[in-house]
Design a protein around this ligand. Structure first.
Ligand code: ADP
Ligand code: TYD
Length: 208
């Protein structure tokens, strides 16, 4: 019998608490005895981490919208081949901080309507969706101030500013309606433990 793992993703605007919640969920599932791979995009494999630097650092206008879409998709393909698919085939739980829904939003919406191109490329080169996606919904101003508080060099997208954050929040909620079979929306405007409790309840129900 082939083992199949569980593929969970976290989505939401910058600073919504995805990384924090993904880490807490991974710790909790490991304590329960699950084998967990905690990973992220862009990145999650050596090649994709190299591409991460190309897309997240430097001038916001560094790439055309189309080139940027190709780079994110190349990173995802490598991540899928080298990290995600082998782990799922071994029956593990894969928790990924952002995946293709982020491309549908950021490359699909932020610089004109490229959603159809995003979908075509996804079907050609990726062709797989998560089993479940947790959308951490968040007030854009709070999200941006949390993200800015981290003081890193990966600020290409944060530099697009609050209007983009607002557009992304609305876009993610629309995406949750579009893919309502796999999306679960969690209110991120609360303390870390309350958000984590909701995440736990949702994932435990899915594991049963
Ligand atoms: P994301 O991965 O969505 O960008 P992070 O998990 O990195 O978000 O969180 C961004 C910042 O906000 C971090 O400094 C983190 O410690 C803090 N943070 C995360 N969740 C909460 C929360 N529920 N309340 C307050 N601060 C939070
Ligand atoms: P991430 O490190 O998750 O940032 P944050 O912790 O601030 O949410 O992702 C970095 C940026 O990459 C984020 O602003 C969204 C962007 N991004 C895309 O534009 N397209 C994609 O396909 C992915 C995965 C991320």
């Amino acid at each position: 019998m082939t083992k199949t793992g569980l593929f969970l993703t976290f989505e939401g605007i910058d600073g919504s608490g995805k990384s924090t919640q993904a880490r807490m969920l991974a710790d909790q599932l490991r304590l329960q005895g699950h084998e967990v791979v905690l990973t992220r995009e862009p990145g999650g494999s050596p090649g994709a981490e190299e591409i991460r630097r190309l897309v997240l650092e430097g001038d916001p206008d560094r790439w055309s919208a189309e080139t940027e879409l190709l780079l994110f998709t190349a990173a995802r393909r490598d991540h899928l081949e080298r990290t995600i698919e082998p782990a799922l085939a071994a029956g593990k739980v894969v928790i990924c901080d952002r995946f293709a829904d982020s491309t549908r939003m950021y490359q699909g919406l932020s610089r004109g309507d490229l959603r159809s191109l995003v979908d075509q490329l996804h079907n050609l080169m990726i062709g797989r969706e998560p089993d479940m996606t947790l959308l951490i919904d968040m007030d854009p101003e709070t999200g941006l101030s949390r993200a800015k508080g981290r003081q890193g060099t990966e600020e290409r997208f944060e530099d697009f500013g609050p209007d983009l954050q607002k557009k992304m929040r609305a876009g993610f909620l629309a995406l949750a309606d579009e893919f309502s079979d796999r999306f679960r929306v969690v209110d991120g405007n609360r303390d870390v433990d309350s958000v984590a409790q909701d995440v736990t309840d949702i994932v435990q129900a899915a594991l049963r």
